[in-house]
Design a protein around this ligand. Structure first.
Ligand code: HEM
Length: 274
């Protein structure tokens, strides 16, 4: 299904404007702007330019050889953040920073309901494991649908109406279903970004929203059983292990899906601040 959200103008700059890349953007390994502050000499700088240019021109295989694939996924994702979201972000902000959001409980609930559908969909897909190696990603400890179920029940008990999922959630869920069957590498890109984004920026957003409208109540959505760093590391290891059998072309294809992942997740986040 064509994601309607991708053609819509995005208010949140981490999603906008989705660059339709014909190939993955390859950044220079040493950004020129960094030199003055790192004190690299002009001669050394020239050597770096030459090396970087050679890297840029080299066939795709040489640059990432030996690098854990998750590092590549992370690098692509970090570049799609805005500078005010994360230090490594490269996009110019086109929407207010999280600290300036003025969330409402209704909007936040729409986000939580849609998020639950997306997490439930990811969990169902790996449980079914139509592609055998999806089974590697069962019971990672990062699962969020049960936690969200508890949170929604809490809101209901507080007198709030819990509505059905809305278009951003249902559109993303059907895209994930479809992708998981026809394009496993692209599916894994979403799997990585959804789970890891939630443990990073997602947690930060949850904290800010809780401060503003929930009297600092910490939702189950932001609590993990066990040591979160270890859970994340286990999933990184599995991702690296699974991707080790992929061709360079398959890896690049996975990385190229990152922008879509940002666009879909951004449509969910937009519930909170619009
Ligand atoms: C307002 C929205 C967002 C904010 C404020 C935000 C912020 C952050 C921050 C602060 C980090 C940690 C950076 C570090 O390690 O130094 C991070 C990491 C990350 N973010 Fe976001 N982010 C946002 C949205 C997203 C979205 C929509 C996605 C993709 C769907 C995403 C994917 C990731 C990934 C994959 C990481 C790396 C996590 C890791 O290495 O453990 N982020 N983000």
């Amino acid at each position: 299904m064509a994601p309607a959200s991708l053609s819509a103008p995005h208010a949140l700059s981490l999603l906008a404007p989705p660059r339709v890349a014909s190939g993955r953007r390859r950044s220079l390994s040493v950004p020129v702007a960094v030199w003055p502050v790192t004190g690299v000499s002009v001669a050394a700088g020239r050597r770096l330019v030459a090396a970087a240019a050679a890297t840029e021109m080299a066939p795709a295989a040489s640059e990432e050889e030996g690098k854990a694939f998750v590092e590549e996924m992370r690098a692509v994702a970090m570049r799609l953040h805005t500078k005010d979201q994360a230090r490594e972000g490269e996009k110019e902000p086109q929407a207010p920073p999280v600290a300036k959001w003025e969330p409402s409980v209704e909007g936040y609930l729409r986000f939580l309901v849609d998020s639950r559908l997306v997490f439930q969909t990811l969990e169902d897909i790996v449980d079914r494991a139509a592609v055998p190696w999806y089974a590697e990603f069962r019971n990672t400890g990062l699962e969020r649908s049960e936690a969200l179920k508890k949170d929604l029940e809490w809101f209901r008990q507080q007198g709030h109406t819990i509505r059905e999922p809305s278009a951003p959630g249902t559109t993303y869920a059907s895209y994930l279903e479809e992708l998981s069957e026809r394009d496993p590498q692209a599916f894994i890109c979403h799997f990585y970004n959804v789970y890891f984004a939630h443990t990073a920026g997602g947690r930060m957003i949850g904290k800010k929203v809780a401060e503003k409208i929930l009297n600092k109540k910490e939702l189950e959505f932001y609590k993990w059983e066990g040591n979160l760093s270890q859970l994340l590391q286990n999933v990184r290891n599995k991702l690296n292990q699974v991707a080790s059998s992929w061709s360079r072309q398959e890896k690049d294809h996975c990385l190229e899906e990152t922008e879509k992942s940002f666009a879909y997740s951004g449509d969910l986040l937009r519930h909170i601040f619009t």
